[in-house]
Design a protein around this ligand. Sequence first.
Ligand SMILES: NC(=O)c1ccc[n+]([C@@H]2O[C@H](COP(=O)([O-])OP(=O)(O)OC[C@H]3O[C@@H](n4cnc5c(N)ncnc54)[C@H](OP(=O)(O)O)[C@@H]3O)[C@@H](O)[C@H]2O)c1
Length: 328
Amino acid sequence: MPKDSILNWGILSTAKINRALISPLRHSPRNRLTAVASRSLPSAQAYAAQWEIPVCYGSYQELIEDPQVDVIYNPLPNHLHAEWSIKALRAGKHVLCEKPLALSLAEVDAMSAAALESGKVLAEAFMYRHHPQTQKALELVQGGAIGRLQLIRGSFTFRMKTETNIRLSPEMGGGSIWDVGCYPISYARLLAGAGVQEVFGSQVTGASGVDESFLGQIRFTNGVFAQFDSGFRSPYRAHLEVVGTEGVLHIPTPFKPGSNESMSLHREEVTETIVVPGQELYLGEVEDMADCALLGKPPRMSLQDSRENVQTILALLESAQKGSPVGL
Ligand SMILES: NC(=O)c1ccc[n+]([C@@H]2O[C@H](COP(=O)([O-])OP(=O)(O)OC[C@H]3O[C@@H](n4cnc5c(N)ncnc54)[C@H](OP(=O)(O)O)[C@@H]3O)[C@@H](O)[C@H]2O)c1
């Protein structure tokens, strides 16, 4: 594909999260939203009319077979991430797949194999990784701003308003750790910069059988610890604290940073406010896909990184079930 091409995107389903991507796709000069598919044609037609999307299909298969489409965005329920990402890759499309990339290591490995065989890009849509604030936090920690890293503590909770949400379905890969716990786990892994050695998790199981609250602890191979909680039954909380031998970095908006964020760095009794000019949150993953598909760059979210996140979540769930730590 010529470097100056425009990538045509197709969206699988009418998921709520789509609206986060529609604006960046409109504003990015290298990307264009051309098609949407839904399980029902009337739903696809109504959605296409509402969001001014030129082409619509009444099945996912038709969308991935559209020769005009270069990139598929997969925001399906978690249990369909692997199946439809693999089908799209085999149909010759690049794929941006929502988090979590998959629900088992076998699925992640099958997805990676499909990407390798097709020569197409597959990346997990962890939008916060592309935001300048995340890059700045990593730079501060790696640069020794808080001394030697010791502990990362993070939370991501919100109050679930309905009882019919896909996040409450065990069959669809529901549960708070898959849905929002994946963020502090991913952020902690990024900052720790080491593999996970051991995890210990506890969960509160809801009526449907998924975890509605999860508390977890991670020990990394370099001696760094992480603690997090996630849940559906508390008010909205999303923050991160990064503790080193010489200071503490507070990130009040780590997972959904906006266009103007600030972090606070506390060391030697002085608190410094670090202002980070941000960007539209979901633009980064769209531009990253264009860099990969058009310029041949590797995705910022590597498949190995996604694999280790899935592996860590699975180990935490196993630990919560057993009631004892699990080594990786
Ligand atoms: N990165 C982020 O900031 C972020 C935020 C929210 C969600 N997410 C991720 O995005 C994905 C979707 O979340 P969402 O809240 O947008 O979901 P949602 O609104 O419930 O939409 C999911 C869509 O999947 C399709 N679908 C296919 N099979 C289905 C089934 N058996 N049951 C229900 N829906 C089915 C439906 O579309 P059709 O009927 O049109 O086919 C439905 O609209 C999840 O993986 C989630 O983790 C990411």
